[in-house]
Design a protein around this ligand. Structure first.
Ligand SMILES: Cc1cc2nc3c(=O)[nH]c(=O)nc-3n(C[C@H](O)[C@H](O)[C@H](O)COP(=O)(O)O)c2cc1C
Length: 337
């Protein structure tokens, strides 16, 4: 399949693996890129720019296909040394960066001078337009369904994607709620040039996380995510667990007076406990509503091949079938279960 995104990034399939804290290591990024998608290493999971340089080198040993690095600009008092992370990306020869969080505006000159293509992930049309205006090559439009930070507008992709299509000139991919061929075809129909998947890629053989995490994703339903940290305007969609129940109770008690200090036990240092130790009740970690569509733990290649072959069936048989006015037989897909 050829879209503006496959052309822009030089990849075979319009499927991107979004940056994920403590998940987006070289193994997963390389597996996605080797399967024809775009794998992304999560920059800030590497505690120093030197460690990121090593992770990039490790990824390069595992794939000769294009891959990217995610740089998340966090609202933090102790900002990471972003220019040094960008230097590690540049010196590692990486030509694609996924930015997220705050606007990447101040770092655009450095990224562009290094010949890096920038895809900015954002949750609204206005932020997408800003990204276009400051020279981003593409955007990843993250709907309310998404795992991680959906912003404060609560706009689901059914509305957000066609609105983005109405306004943007640069290509965009649909992010949040994407899991299978149905998601891909729907995203393309709504104007996107591909999909970005987070949660779905965690439940794959190559994702370098504890087996408990993968099993929890398969067991969970679409009703099992929760929205937390809204009073702090740092809203995050997470998988419900005992730590998240405690967090929500503290939020209920404190109301608008909630401070980050009140919930540190439930939100700080949680990722290694969950992803490395498999402690599923440790606290808040990002997970999308799409968890309700995850029923298995395939290899990355099996997942991507399945999405692409079923997408072709949906387009050629189901959709053109409607146009040809032939009898529409219900399409059995692995994704449909
Ligand atoms: C466990 C997890 C960790 C994530 N960490 C980050 C991150 O560090 N930076 C970032 O930009 N996005 C992060 N995300 C968001 C994903 O890149 C992606 O935008 C999101 O998962 C898409 O929604 P989906 O989960 O419905 O596919 C994370 C998502 C998950 C599930």
């Amino acid at each position: 399949m050829k879209t503006a995104i496959t052309e822009l990034f030089g990849i075979e399939h319009p499927i991107v693996q979004g940056g994920m804290h403590y998940v987006g290591f070289a193994e997963l990024a390389a597996a996605v890129s080797n399967a024809g998608g775009l794998g992304i290493i999560t920059g800030l999971t590497q505690k120093t720019p030197e460690l990121l340089a090593k992770e990039i080198a490790r990824c390069r040993d595992l794939t000769d296909k294009p891959f990217g690095v995610n740089l998340t600009f966090l609202p933090t008092f102790n900002a990471p040394p972003y220019p040094e992370y960008i230097a590690a990306i540049r010196e590692g020869g990486v030509k694609i960066v996924e930015t997220a969080g705050r606007s990447p505006e101040q770092y655009m000159p450095a990224l562009k001078a290094a010949g890096i293509k920038v895809i900015h992930k954002c949750t609204s049309v206005r932020h997408s337009l800003k990204a276009e205006q400051i020279g981003c090559d593409a955007v990843s439009v993250d709907g309310f369904e998404c795992g991680g930070h959906p912003g404060e507008d609560d706009m689901p992709n059914m509305i957000l994607l066609p609105r983005a299509a109405e306004e943007l000139k640069i290509p965009f991919i649909a992010s949040g709620g994407m899991a299978d061929a149905r998601s891909l075809v729907a995203a393309l129909a709504l104007g996107a040039a591909g999909v970005n998947m987070g949660t779905r890629f965690i439940a794959t053989k190559e994702a370098p996380v504890h087996e408990n995490v993968k099993k929890a994703l398969v067991a969970a339903t679409e009703l099992d995510t929760r929205i937390v940290m809204r009073p702090l305007r740092n809203t995050e969609r997470v998988l419900k667990n005992a730590g998240v129940d405690r967090l929500i109770e503290i939020e209920r008690q404190k109301g608008a007076a909630l401070k980050i200090e009140d919930i540190l036990d439930e939100v700080a240092g949680v990722y290694p406990k969950v992803m490395v130790d498999g402690d599923m009740d440790a606290g808040a970690w990002s997970c999308g509503m799409v968890v309700g569509l995850i029923k298995d733990i395939p290899t990355v290649k099996e997942l991507i091949d399945r999405i692409m072959s079923e997408a072709e069936q949906i387009v050629r048989r189901r959709l053109t079938g409607f146009l040809d006015a032939t009898h529409d037989r219900p399409l059995q897909t692995a994704a449909a279960g």
